[in-house]
Design a protein. Sequence first.
Length: 441
Amino acid sequence: METADQNYTSSVNDIFEETGATFEYQNLFHQTIASILEACDLLEVPHRLKLIISQPKNELMIHCPVEMDDGSWRLFKGYRVQHNNVLGPYKGGIRYHADIKLDEVKTLSVLMTMKCALARLPFGGAKGAVRVDPRGLSKGELMRLTRRLTSALGSNIGPDYDIPAPDVGTNAQIMAWMADTYIHSAEPSIKVTARGVVTGKPLEFGGSEGREKATGQGLVYVLEELLPDMGIELDQVSYSLIGYGNVGSWVGRLLAARGANLKAVMDHTGAIYNEAGIDAEQLAWHVQKTGGVKGFTEACEISEQAFYSTAVDLFIPAALEQMIDLEHAEKMNCKVLVEAANAPTTPRAEKYLLKKGVEVLPAILCNAGGVTVSYFEWKQNRQSESWDAEDVDARLKKVMVRSARRVNKMAERFDCGMRMASYAAAMEHINTVYELRGSFP
Ligand code: NAD
């Protein structure tokens, strides 16, 4: 178990005390807020902003009774956490997973506030989750759960107020059911734009070109911008991936198109390895057919330990939070840790890797492509437009490159790591908007 070895500034401790929270080092939400408060100290933002940012504005807890196919009923617990909306409507994914904790959802909502601010999108931050293993439900059960959840959320979501999107365990079909349920109860005057209540919808029902691959594509644009300064050529890199779902499989396919060598992949079913390279497209087919990477015949099965020890240029986690702890970090043999998943690295693991000379590229920069194309989808829905794929890609690239440069600039200004720099770049924007808007009441 990791223990505290970090001394936070007195301002961090003061804010925790003022908000009545006892700082727990193991608590991901506390760790995240502490790091953001440290960025606030670098920027010397007003005390009021530190207080506002240290807690979500709203935390909703919902219980959804759903009839199963066999006639029995189950009660599902769900959360929607709305962290901050100073920049625009709340925005963030909905996750379906068996192991959900409120503090985890709170963390993911803060990270959305940071991500949207860093990318200069007109959105705030939110996150939702339902405690359920979606793989254990039939299609009908999933639909009834999703409709019940949407109806329970009621006016707590809306195209001008809070806009969910897919995340772990949810997909375009689930977004289509959410939008359909919301449209049914929407006022006639907003029915046309009501589909903008969620993003990540299927293309035929108000989705955007490029949304499915957006998170992976955005990450590739960030790598194109940052790797040359580290002396690494993108088309010659070797890399390993944790997770081969939406984000992981798109990172795989897009990096394959650039000539990169995927050496090892691990997901919830096991780990596989091929020194000569794993075919990302074939693996995507295999995972779609079987549910995981296990049994892929063009690579050999390896242990979790061997997976972490594989020598690669880039190590890309694209699964769940906090998977890279100190024990795993000590085994890792890479030049750059590229966070495709949200919060995949514990603070001690990050500290260890930085000391070893491994660069850590933070998730709020690397995976912002998803929410950026979600913004494009929302914009298209409002204007009843459909942009073509090239247009979406070009706009996405612009946002990702500018965000990467913002982070680089902050890292230089404060001589700090990329995570601290990304929080500082986000908080500087949020601070400016609070200052411009002034205080109320
Ligand atoms: P997904 O459900 O499509 O895939 C999740 C992957 O994680 C699967 O391959 C699964 O096998 C793997 N996984 C789960 N438990 C595991 C374990 N114990 N060990 C190893 N692998 C495990 O989810 P996704 O949409 O690809 O999201 C992945 C990450 O990216 C999450 O952190 C999510 O919040 C983040 N993210 C997603 C998007 C998006 O557009 N989907 C955008 C930004 C960030």
